[in-house]
Design a protein around this ligand. Sequence first.
Ligand SMILES: Nc1ncnc2c1ncn2[C@@H]1O[C@H](COP(=O)(O)OP(=O)(O)OP(=O)(O)O)[C@@H](O)[C@H]1O
Ligand SMILES: [Mg+2]
Length: 367
Amino acid sequence: MKIRSLKLVNFRNYKQVELKFNDNLNIIYGNNGCGKTNVVESIYALSLTKSFRTNEDKNLIKKGELSTKIEGEILSNTENNYQVIISKEGKKVKIDDDYISKISDYIANIKVIVLEPDAQTIFNDTPASRRKLLNIEISQLEKDYLIYLNNYNKILKQRNFYLKELFINGNASLDYLNILTTKLIESGKKISDYRLNFIDKINEYINNYYQNIFSYGNLKVKYISEFKNKSEEDILKMFNKNYQKEVNLGKSYFGIHHDDIEFILDNKNIREWGSNGQQKNAIFAFKLAELDLFYQKNGLYPILILDDLFSAIDNEKIKNIIKLLNENVQTFITTTDLERIPENLINHASLYEVKDEMIVEDYCGRK
Ligand SMILES: Nc1ncnc2c1ncn2[C@@H]1O[C@H](COP(=O)(O)OP(=O)(O)OP(=O)(O)O)[C@@H](O)[C@H]1O
Ligand SMILES: [Mg+2]
């Protein structure tokens, strides 16, 4: 999968930008704060319709403007034009000439993986942020995942509401609760299966990256879920047993809304035991493992973004990453310091200098 060209209108600090990209390596360089991450963020937003560093879509709109448009030509099995238009009222997405009404139909099309220094924060965050990571990655792989997830969240809300109702009104119908419980289990089990399958596949590849690029040790990811390895009947029994507790609490006691993942390095949970460096390496190995996973599923590699990695890991590791990458992976690197990138890589890359809110393709005297 490649992004051939990108057009931005009123995106972050850019009024208007048009770029063509190299199918292999693209290096975006410039001083701190000039807008390098903004460029790769726009590629991510073209794929997922949102940013990897803000939950507020409106932050993507250039200050003082009403809307932003990100447009790109994407080559996968066919070449298509993709557009994301964000305004204060909401967002619209378009493939070629057609507006797509269901976001889930849009975001499974362009696959992007980002390695960035902040990725490590998932170790200090709540389980919700690790579930968010799973949701983002699996929704790019499995078209139906988001549909099940949205459905689950809707039923969970209804069920929690009804549990409160039961607390207030002891005569309310239990039949309705049973219907909601069955529905919750059905869609929750689907999500849980997707997540389990995803983590199993990650485990086929993650150690290879961890050991070859980063460090010694044995790394695997563990999926933690109350639904894991249980049949729907077993789960139902669990719910029935805890019925009174749920009514007293006014919320659903079990479910995939409690799921979590743990990174286990040499049998120890890296969140509790791992060093700063080990945590960084683990999350980067996780992201790189996804390259293979996507390839296994689609026969195409995702677009890879390495944002400001030089501030996170040493040169040697970055060289290892790039060495290990298949030449079919289109890669974007942002850096303040071009000197740190090995010369042989620069010779094969397209370079873009960011300065004064403009981006200039820089041929460095090359043809
Ligand atoms: N909505 C917006 N409208 C206008 N400018 C914005 C907007 N959002 C961010 N900016 C500007 O974009 C710049 C930051 O861009 P970016 O994060 O891409 O920098 P960078 O080159 O990656 O920096 P670093 O090297 O520090 O990572 C800042 O100058 C900021 O003021
Ligand atoms: Mg940056």
